[in-house]
Design a protein around this ligand. Sequence first.
Ligand SMILES: [Zn+2]
Ligand SMILES: [Zn+2]
Length: 292
Amino acid sequence: MLPYHTLQEAEISLGRNLTFGEKLWFEYSARKSDYILYCHNTIFLFIFYTLFPITFVILELLRSKKIDKYKIQPKIKNSFYDMMKCYKKVLLTFVYAVGPLQILSYPIIEWVGIRTSLPLPSGTEIFWQLLVYFVVEDYANYWLHRLMHSKWGYEKIHRVHHEYTAPIGFAAPYAHWAEIIVLGFASFLGPLMVPGHMVTFWLWFIIRQLEAIETHSGYEFPWSPSKFIPFYGGAVHHDYHHYVGGKSQSNFASVFTYCDYIYGTDKGYRYQKNVFEKTRENLRSQTELKSE
Ligand SMILES: [Zn+2]
Ligand SMILES: [Zn+2]
């Protein structure tokens, strides 16, 4: 809850006029407790998890040769029923794993000092903090995921996430409850190390979830903005991990490619990618020759 009763009080305290964003934040958050603001995160996760994959559901239902060009495993088709089944199962994990994890973690968030006060963070501050969160989580996730591929970890926990050998958007958080908690812990590491504003905290979870959905979408588009992010893995990178399945010792990283490169767990993927790209080039040149 903000320590000001009016906008004027806030402006006097900051010694300047509030920006448009800060006025909005004041109007929205002044009478809400920090706990209620923190709980918004679970609601945002639910809303974005429900809405963002709809694009991929529509593509899957409209499948044609034009769409298949962008499908990573074009032989696989998912029915509406299959996709909804996945959605419903994930919603259950929201109730007994994601929600409780978010709500019970509040004392830690309060302790490290994730603030809800004014001023709002600048765009630059948000950018650098998010970058740190991504890098820290990616590194922790790499090793936790690799551990999940041990015999015990895979059979008891991670097998559930690998039920999809050709992932779909809704399957991004489809996992055993224990995996949600373990990997969820990795998502908290960045904000714990570099605590910022609640808005940054919300943004981190929203962007990370959108990224996970895109990575699991089963589609790769040449115009995707993520193509311009250095060392970004993307859908093809993670799809390969699912395609190989339980025996996979490749592509453990969730966001970037550098961990797999440094620790040598992308050799199989790079070989297969080269073979795949050469085959596509050959096919393309054959088609061009025929049309001449
Ligand atoms: Zn895995
Ligand atoms: Zn996955």
